[in-house]
Design a protein around this ligand. Sequence first.
Ligand SMILES: [Zn+2]
Length: 280
Amino acid sequence: MFRELEKRYIIEGGIVLLTPLHIGSGESSPETDSTIVRYNDGRPYIPGSSFKGVFRSTVERIAKALGSPFRTCTLFSQDECSERFKNALREKDKEDEILSIITTGKTKDGNDLGVGGPLCDTCHLFGFPYLGSRFFVDDLTPDSGYTEDREIRDGVGIDRDTGTAVEGVKYDYEVLPVNHTFNLRIAIENPNDKDLALAAIGLRELLDGTRIGGLTSRGTGRCKLEDKSEDSAKVSMIDFKGDKRKVAGYLLEGKIADEDKIGIKDFIKNSLKPFFPDIK
Ligand SMILES: [Zn+2]
């Protein structure tokens, strides 16, 4: 968390289910062995933390493949950065000192702490234990067209140790049928150019589709970011240190100037282009 909030980007769009969704609540009911997560009023939702986890791992895998200038923790060892910085940041509580160590690998006085360079780019965007996230995803709620919908699917019992089907063991689980749309809202605070580029990579993948929730090996959870019309998925930017009239418009009326809103595909292109300077 930083003392000053200079800029905030807000990404909004609809996530449409292409195959049924199962995000288990960890509970059973009289109807099924495994219910999905729902609010008290019965509406299903996608936890923001689940969505962020999928988004982050997608970005990490691609950043890893791209290599320079993007640096990311090794896949499967997401706490590589926390291990590196653990000793250097022990008992440090001053924000500017912590920032100096994670952005340069050195103290403010230029003392090299042997941490092997700055924090990786994906931890910078998505957070690591000693520096909060700058990337926030709200719980995804069903859009206004949602009507009560439940479906129970039969599965076979799976032996947790061997991962194989267990004969004679019946197991069923609830899914939310296809074609429901969820409201996505992501906020990114004080991003640098690499943060925006990494977010753009995740959004590009999301336009193509991703899988979320449990039982995805059985085909559930495929979903994508909708971009049917110009403004169905858009990015808005608030610059609290910028034009005072715009800031007032936002603070007084909640308005964001039209020129500070951009369609999702243009945002992706603009954010990534500087990192591919040779491509016209
Ligand atoms: Zn990292």
